[in-house]
Design a protein around this ligand. Structure first.
Ligand code: BGC
Ligand code: BGC
Length: 747
């Protein structure tokens, strides 16, 4: 096949565009080797497309990529990859399994193998061939926003569970069903060091002695490779300053050489564009370093052009291109694509909708939820007594998007999603209600804690982190600032009602205050669609076998804890249901709660910890979302979604509040079009007209705006922009600038 391919078609094999930026016509014309859907892309531009649309689009790609070619060129179907990282969770109606951190707490490789197998079936029902899972990161700094994608801080446990997931998804090499019917290609990601970045900064740098780093962060790869993993994804991070996508000694030397990986190395989302000297559109360095497939969601056309040119002019030897193309072809061969395969809907599992979110798969998910509950404290309230009157409080109790976490229907999860986006799912409250009924107990839902007059026998308070994914979840410390749960626990205690705290989170956080305030405390992680698994443990229908796979911190500062030192609970901790236990009264001091986190109000794609962005009364978490005339979307400046495009409808106002600034702000921004009507900025309420200044800045690229009392009057903890007409501004950073006190405003 390779010998009969044109240069253009070879290059197309190593280009992976996103479904959001191609049409079936592009597929037919270019013949991409592979295609992905990113976390925010659904078929036909619809994140919440019905499941049948996924299969329909898969068919369209199949038909387009198998149209006959002239001059005897071989016809090579495209294959489609997706992030089924906790079930096929991009798709409405799929079983959403707990995130990896929860699976780590089960320690149950057989369970994880069954989860992989169920996930593979659901993927195949929708016509997709390949998943970007499992993540086998060894997260060592829980401030990292992807900690929940990691099974454990212990490389040995990650190895064991990661390999089990690979076997579940692909089958076992040598077995007749390997990569066959009901099996998909898996991806071990992200090679390597993703869990080891300095201060847990996503996509950051990992520093240290190479052997020592490999011993932790590359340790799970041999087991995954042994299990036959079809692909490995290169990591966004750098190691000792060199980005992995351009790191030949590691991507080729270590992964191919020392670890003997013979499969396909796929890049991450424009990861090549972060290599020194590269852009998304132009990066021979990545191929030369050992990448086989470029994940280039949008700029595929320009990248295709530059790669063709670079092979022609000898920058890239044909032999390296051929090697990469062969890896793509071998992956397809392994999947049986060349053995008379038919279009996705005509395959034996294609369109078998009864298998998507089937009762059997949901039962496995529920089992996983139950096995992942870790009881950190129990003064004897658990298991709940039959006949008890139970009040269930907390906004997370009946909140399926929150219990699902990130990478659920949308990339970030949560936000505007509702239970309706997870048909067939069960909330934690619904699980408790059903279990109460079955045991002759009585349960009521009182999200805000019920009335002072209510006297239940016990209250269950469900609370925790709001969903996030990737760098959006990065934190500067492990303090948990949302006091909803704490307040509820304390108010029940004041009323003499015993409590069970059920904490939803993507990582261990400093919980000393909540643990003190509760009579029992359960780490429930991010359970996914089958919330009933929580009740299974609370009511004693299943034993409490979950054990921590991460050290639980004693302090809130966030310095990494990986072992007994600094831990409140060590790896392996977890109480049996019958056992009363837990710590005595814990120290509640946390300097980070009152400390001020540097100058940034908005940086690296997120708001400072205490900063809020509001359009009228609509809160825009992390300066993203839609509210009262403001539409704020993530855009890429230096890294993915590290900036925002903020569109104002006529009359809209965006207000920010945050830590007091004594002097003013420095804002990195760009405007592409002159404002059509007045735009003003204000700090103390007095509007300062900046229309003219923005008109001058328009079209000049990224610039800095300095706002001080010079033009704003008094500055403090508020800053607002308002526009009389339609207007769009892009912002990548808003920082308090204490040095600017005397400075004039500039734009
Ligand atoms: C993530 C990967 C993911 C890819 C495709 C990247 O941003 O780092 O884990 O597979 O996007 O969605
Ligand atoms: C995610 C994609 C998402 C994109 C948005 C990536 O990190 O993996 O799935 O759509 O960022 O920029």
């Amino acid at each position: 096949m390779l010998a009969a391919m044109s240069l253009e078609r070879k290059v197309a094999q190593i280009i992976m565009p996103d479904i959001g930026s191609i049409t079936a016509k592009d597929v037919k014309r270019y013949r991409f080797g592979t295609i992905l859907n990113g976390g925010n892309s659904g078929p036909y531009g619809d994140d919440k497309a019905p499941a049948a649309d996924w299969l329909k689009l898969a068919d369209e790609y199949w038909v387009a990529s198998t149209a006959p070619l002239p001059k005897g060129e071989p016809v090579i179907p495209a294959v489609w990859a997706t992030d089924a990282v906790h079930g096929h969770a991009n798709v409405i109606g799929a079983t959403v399994f707990p995130h990896n951190i929860a699976l780590g707490a089960t320690g149950d490789a057989d369970l994880i193998r069954r989860i992989g197998a169920a996930t593979a079936v659901e993927i195949e029902v929708t016509g997709i061939d390949w998943t970007f899972a499992p993540t086998i990161a060894v997260a060592r700094d829980d401030r990292w926003g992807r900690t929940y994608e990691s099974y454990s801080e212990d490389p040995a446990l990650v190895s064991r569970l990661g390999a089990a997931m690979v076997e579940g998804l692909q089958g076992r090499p040598g077995d007749p069903g390997f990569l066959g019917k009901g099996k998909v290609a898996a991806t071990a990601k992200h090679f390597f060091g993703d869990g080891g970045t300095d201060q847990g900064v996503d996509q950051g740098d990992v520093d240290g002695d190479l052997d020592a780093l490999m011993a932790i962060h590359a340790a799970p790869y041999p087991a995954a490779i042994n299990a036959g993993v079809a692909s490995v994804m290169a990591s966004f991070n750098s190691i000792n300053g060199v980005k992995m996508h351009g790191n030949a000694p590691l991507l080729t030397g270590e992964l191919r050489g020392k670890l003997g990986f013979g499969g396909l190395v796929v890049g991450d989302w424009n990861g090549h564009g972060q290599v020194d000297g590269c852009t998304n559109k132009d990066c021979p360095q990545a191929l030369m370093a050992g990448l086989d497939v470029y994940m280039v969601p949008e700029d595929w056309k320009a990248l295709h052009r530059s790669l063709v040119k670079q092979v022609k002019n000898g920058t890239i030897p044909m032999s390296r291109l051929d090697e990469a193309v062969l890896r793509v072809l071998r992956l397809k061969q392994a999947l049986g694509i060349f053995d008379g395969e038919v279009k996705p809907s005509a395959r034996s599992l294609g369109g078998r909708w009864e298998l998507l979110g089937s009762p059997e798969h949901r039962a496995i998910a529920r089992e996983a939820v139950a096995k992942s509950q870790v009881i950190l404290k129990n003064s004897g309230v658990l298991p709940l007594k039959a006949g008890a009157r139970i009040e269930v409080a907390g906004l997370a109790a009946d909140n399926i998007p929150q219990q699902a976490g990130g990478w659920s229907v949308t990339w970030q999860g949560g936000g505007e999603l509702t239970a309706a986006d997870f048909p067939g799912a069960t909330s934690i409250w619904q699980g408790i209600a059903a279990a109460a009924k079955a045991s002759g107990s009585e349960a009521v839902l009182a999200p805000e804690g019920g009335s002072a007059g209510s006297k239940p026998d016990v209250a269950i308070v469900v609370f925790g982190e709001e969903p996030y994914a990737e760098f959006v979840g990065d934190r500067k410390d492990l303090a948990f600032r949302d006091e909803e749960g704490l307040t509820l626990l304390k108010s029940y205690r004041a009323r003499g009602i015993p409590t069970v705290a059920v904490f939803l989170s993507g990582r261990p956080l400093w919980m000393n205050r909540e643990i003190n305030a509760a009579d029992a405390f359960v780490a429930a992680w991010l359970p996914g669609s089958e919330g009933a698994g929580v009740a299974d443990v609370l009511f004693g229908a299943r034993p409490a076998t979950g054990r921590l796979s991460f050290s639980w911190p004693a302090h809130c500062e966030g310095t990494p804890v990986n072992g007994p030192e600094g831990a409140l609970f060590a790896v392996g901790y977890g109480l049996d249901l019958g056992a009363a236990g837990g710590p005595g009264t814990l120290d509640e001091t946390c300097n980070a709660l009152t400390a001020d986190h540097g100058a940034a109000w908005f940086a690296s794609g997120r708001l400072g910890n205490t900063v809020q962005a509001v359009a009228d009364n609509a809160v825009l978490p992390d300066l993203r979302g839609v509210g009262n005339g403001i539409t704020a979307t993530g855009i890429d400046r230096k890294a993915q979604e590290d900036a925002r495009r903020i569109a104002f409808a006529p009359g809209a106002k965006l207000a920010l509040t945050g830590p007091e600034s004594s002097a003013g702000w420095r804002i990195t921004y760009q405007v592409t079009e002159r404002p059509k009507a007045a735009v003003t900025v204000s700090a103390d309420g007095t509007a300062f007209d900046i229309t003219q200044r923005l008109a001058v800045a328009a079209g000049k690229g990224w610039r800095e705006m300095v706002l001080t009392s010079d033009c704003l009057g008094e500055v403090g903890d508020k800053l607002a922009f308002a526009s009389k007409g339609k207007f769009t501004i892009e912002i990548s950073e808003i920082a308090r600038d204490e040095r600017a006190a005397e400075a004039e405003c500039s734009f």
